[in-house]
Write a protein that binds this ligand. Structure first.
Ligand code: TPP
Length: 415
């Protein structure tokens, strides 16, 4: 479940293989802990005033989305993904809060500190580039960690009860046990938390849709208008590989990931996985429509994936969210300036990708993939029709609003 480097020395490559090739034998990991342990987890969490759940891709690996959802609803607990790459819970569920992120411990700390009863399932805690040093849990919080990966349990932060077990079977048992041990009062408090989360989610969604709709006709284009139209045109079961980075939020608004396997995002934040990732997803799901999103910056790391798509006829669709800059780096340096007490000023010119303008449609065509450039709202529908109707890989070069200053390039950088 991570990068694997396989090196075959030359003599091995040349040697004839005389071994019979046998299918890999994967042992079953459906491990259920002792019932007494499950009961003690249930009692710990049932008594919490603010139960919180932190999950990762171990949930998807174990196919435990439904069992996780039942436990979250029984407890009325917020569920946070810890820098995951898969769908572990429906993003539309009112208790699903998003990701704690992989950058700033300062951002995740208030979320981690919020709970007095913590359930961690199938994840590390917490893999940030700038982590919060010291305790991340509130004083007196009771922390339970259930994982098939025993290495991660209590690795960075203390845990009261660690259990090496399968998320699916264990969460199913925990759900049944919670239902038994929770008092009527505890159940009432949990369902009040769920109702409150439902209200808050509906209000936020309405506000976000309102903002998006007020910007529908903006030029330069807003990502929200594009995703709104794409969502209406995609066939059911379409799969998204999302490396749109700062253009991602409208994907969650109009195409909220629902089930494990329907949406992928790079865990760990290494750029350039968006388009190759879409190829992998399409190869694994040949009957599904697959759309890969990438920023213009990230796309330049692995643009040659388009040639692979053309060469092997891999019918994935690609969208470059072309905002002419490394926008995420601009946001990150805002954070750094704030920390350092440096007043906000113009962003470094190397974060600007606007000059010379990169024509991703022309690049795609030169690599054998038909493409269209979209600059105005009125061009979106036809581009999406063309992409989805084309029997093969297709790219949309989506020119979005960005913070770019082509006028400063050349003067400052000596182009
Ligand atoms: C392999 C790798 N190199 C560099 C980075 C640092 N990095 C993080 S975000 C980013 C800019 C991404 O720009 P773009 O893909 O255009 O998306 P935007 O931020 O504009 O939404 C860079 C260079 C990284 N995460 N991974």
């Amino acid at each position: 479940m991570g990068p694997v480097y396989v090196c075959l020395p030359q003599d091995i490559l040349d040697a004839p293989c005389v071994e019979p090739v046998r299918p890999t034998s994967l042992p079953s990991t459906r491990i259920l802990p002792d019932q007494a342990l499950v009961r003690s987890v249930a009692e710990t969490l049932a008594g919490a005033k603010t139960p919180m759940i932190f999950v990762g891709d171990g949930v998807a690996f174990s196919d435990a989305q439904d069992e996780l959802t039942v436990v979250a609803e029984l407890l009325g607990a917020e569920v946070w993904d810890v820098d995951s790459g898969e769908v572990n819970m429906s993003w539309s569920h009112p208790l699903y809060m998003g990701m704690t992120g992989h950058m700033f411990g300062e951002h995740s700390l208030p979320v981690l500190r919020k709970g007095d009863g913590i359930l961690v399932v199938g994840t590390y805690i917490v893999p940030e580039v700038f982590p919060q040093l010291g305790d991340v849990w509130s004083a007196g919080a009771n922390v339970v960690h259930i994982d098939l990966n025993g290495w991660e349990i209590a690795k960075n932060h203390p845990v009261n009860l660690g259990i090496v077990a399968d998320p699916k079977t264990t969460l199913a048992a925990l759900g049944a046990e919670l239902d038994r041990v929770m008092t009527a009062k505890q159940k009432g408090a949990a369902s009040a938390r769920l109702d409150e989360a439902r209200r808050a989610r509906a209000a936020k969604r309405e506000a976000d849709l309102g903002t998006a709709s007020s910007l529908r006709n903006a030029v330069p284009l807003k990502m929200s208008r594009f995703v709104e139209e794409l969502a209406a045109a995609l066939p059911p079961g379409a799969i998204v590989f999302d490396e749109a980075l700062t253009s991602s939020p409208p994907i969650a608004l109009y195409l909220p990931p629902q089930r494990t396997g329907s949406y992928f995002v790079t865990r760990g934040g290494s750029l350039g996985v968006g388009f190759p990732g879409a190829l992998g997803v399409k190869l694994a799901n040949p009957s599904k429509t697959v759309v890969g999103f990438s920023g213009d910056g990230g796309c330049m790391y692995t643009i040659q994936a388009l040639w692979t798509a053309a060469r092997h006829g891999i019918d994935a669709k690609f969208v470059v969210c072309n905002n002419g800059c490394y926008h995420l780096l601009q946001l990150n340096i805002d954070e750094y300036w704030k920390e350092q007490g440096v007043p906000k000023h113009e962003y470094p010119v190397p974060f600007d990708l606007s000059r010379p303008a990169i024509r991703f449609d022309e690049l795609a065509r030169s690599l054998g993939v038909p493409a269209v450039r979209v600059e105005k709202p009125t061009e979106i529908a036809a581009a999406i029709r063309q992409a989805l109707g084309h029997p093969g890989p297709f790219l949309i070069d989506l020119v979005l609003e960005g913070n770019s200053h082509p006028d400063r390039i050349g003067h400052t950088c000596r182009q």
